[in-house]
Design a binder for this molecule. Structure first.
Ligand code: GAP
Length: 451
């Protein structure tokens, strides 16, 4: 026993049973492509976001943050190309009425409808197996449309953002001017994105509402290749630093066919999900495409005056972009371990302490008032800085196992001896070693461990 690979079914059921992920509006039968984070999932997702922010924003003097709105002027999405080209090819089965992503059925990585229809000609329906039942592939707009104000007409139409990047490009000049940044500099954003995916699936891998963590690095065109390489490595190092094993990660360089026409280079960090190696993190060299498009449609001058050469330039953009949900899945899959302890199976989530949803659990040995009163004081003495859980129900063995299963790095037990020696027992999740620590020193002891 040790590192155990979970199947998708096991992951979904574990995530629900332990309060990490629930189906959205489950009591009404759910809604495809939407999920809610439960108490431990919300903590884990927040810890992933805060780690990203610290590594990408706080660690880099030339990166600043932004929090732009989800709904923007629809011209922004025309300029970015999303209104015309943010489509997925779709195909229906005339027999069973199932709907599919045409490129998935055709098994070719292209959005070209002619090529897709050629490849679909001899395919049967993947659901009912019927031959000659598939319609022609056609494009489906993936942005969620909505209306601003009381009148539902074309002028009021806009969209829920399909990526956070658009807001960054639109605020590029305000941020540059107010922060007095010189090239190269970056603008980072964490926020919700919405895509009306034709076939959401694989749990939270492909959903219709998700959270992106995006960074746009603005650079001189001649330095773009260098920064592309730099940020590629930086992203991989951060992912590995979260405790994800290198064996489950690999690079996938996009071929010319795969990448957007404007991108000079594009690569993904792929993770080995139960359904194979799939995109976790994308890094692209988007050239000057975005700023040029926004200059054209908005009419605003977004040139950068290069003091060294005395010339105006349009910066190139390097973009590392990742979804919290995919990282969340990778972190869960990598953390899951089964071990044998004294002839019994123990399940333990070996989360990096930075990511663990609960950092410390305070457990009085029994529910007796004199112990629980002291234990509650111990809780108060360490709570406030990070998530601490207090639990006095069931046997201590069961409570340890419960904490192992949600990946709590340290359990603090208050026993009858504590009343005499003013000390508690601290149990380490991974080694299961126990150490006696004075109550007065507990806070700094744990802070040192959790660093
Ligand atoms: N601004 C660039 C951009 O949005 P993308 O490859 O479409 O690029 C970036 O998305 C990342 O967002 C992906 O690598 C993935 O982690 C995440 N992502 C994209 N679509 C998703 C979906 N439907 N569900 C969950 N995560 C998604």
């Amino acid at each position: 026993m040790g590192k155990t690979n979970l199947s998708m079914e096991q992951l979904v059921s574990y995530a629900k049973r332990r309060g990490f992920v629930f189906q959205s509006s489950e009591i009404y039968g759910g809604i495809a492509g939407f999920y809610d984070f439960g108490p431990y999932g919300a903590e884990l997702a927040d810890n992933i976001k805060s780690s990203w922010w610290r590594h990408f924003v706080y660690n880099n003097f030339n990166v600043v943050g932004l929090n732009s709105s989800i709904i923007q002027n629809s011209k922004l999405w025309q300029a970015s190309g999303h209104v015309d080209t943010f489509v997925d090819p779709m195909v229906d089965c005339r027999s069973c009425k199932h709907r599919f992503r045409a490129d998935h059925v055709a098994e070719i990585d292209t959005n070209n409808l002619t090529k897709l229809n050629e490849a679909l000609a001899d395919k049967s329906c993947p659901n009912c197996g019927e031959k000659n039942s598939l319609t022609e592939a056609r494009n489906f707009q993936m942005m969620f449309k909505t209306f601003v104000g009381p009148v539902e007409d074309d002028a009021a139409t806009t969209y829920l953002r399909p990526e956070t990047a658009g807001g960054i490009f639109a605020q590029y000049d305000n941020v540059r001017e107010t922060t007095r940044k010189k090239l190269p500099f970056g603008i980072a954003q964490i926020g919700k994105a919405f895509r009306n995916e034709i076939t959401p699936g694989d749990f939270i891998f492909r959903v219709r509402e998700f959270t992106q963590m995006e960074l746009e690095i603005f650079t001189k065109p001649e330095e773009a290749d260098k920064w592309f390489e730099f940020w590629k490595d930086y992203c991989l190092e951060w992912v590995k630093g979260l405790g994800i094993s290198q064996d489950n990660l690999r690079w996938h360089e996009h071929s010319e066919e795969e990448r957007a026409h404007y991108a000079a280079a594009s690569t993904d960090i792929q993770y080995k999900f139960p359904f194979g190696f799939k995109e976790l993190y994308g890094v692209a060299n988007r050239t000057d495409h975005d700023l040029k498009s926004h200059m054209k449609v908005s009419g605003k001058d977004l040139n950068y005056f290069d003091e060294e050469t005395g010339k105006n330039i349009v910066p190139y953009v390097i973009e590392p972009s990742v979804g919290v949900e995919r990282l969340f899945m990778a972190v869960m899959l990598d953390a899951y371990h089964e071990e044998e302890v004294d002839g019994e199976k123990r399940i333990v989530m070996k989360f990096h302490p930075d990511l663990a949803p609960v950092k410390v659990a305070v457990l009085p040995l029994s529910k007796k008032t004199e112990l629980s009163d002291v234990a509650k004081d111990v809780f108060k003495s360490i709570a406030g800085e990070y998530n601490v859980e207090y639990d006095e129900t069931q046997s201590i063995g069961k409570r340890y196992r419960r904490q192992d299963e949600i990946g709590t790095p340290y359990c603090v037990t208050v026993d009858f001896e504590s009343l005499e020696d003013q000390a508690v027992t601290v149990r380490d999740r991974d080694s299961m070693k126990q150490e006696r620590v004075k109550m007065g020193e507990l806070k700094s002891y744990l802070e040192g461990k959790l660093k």
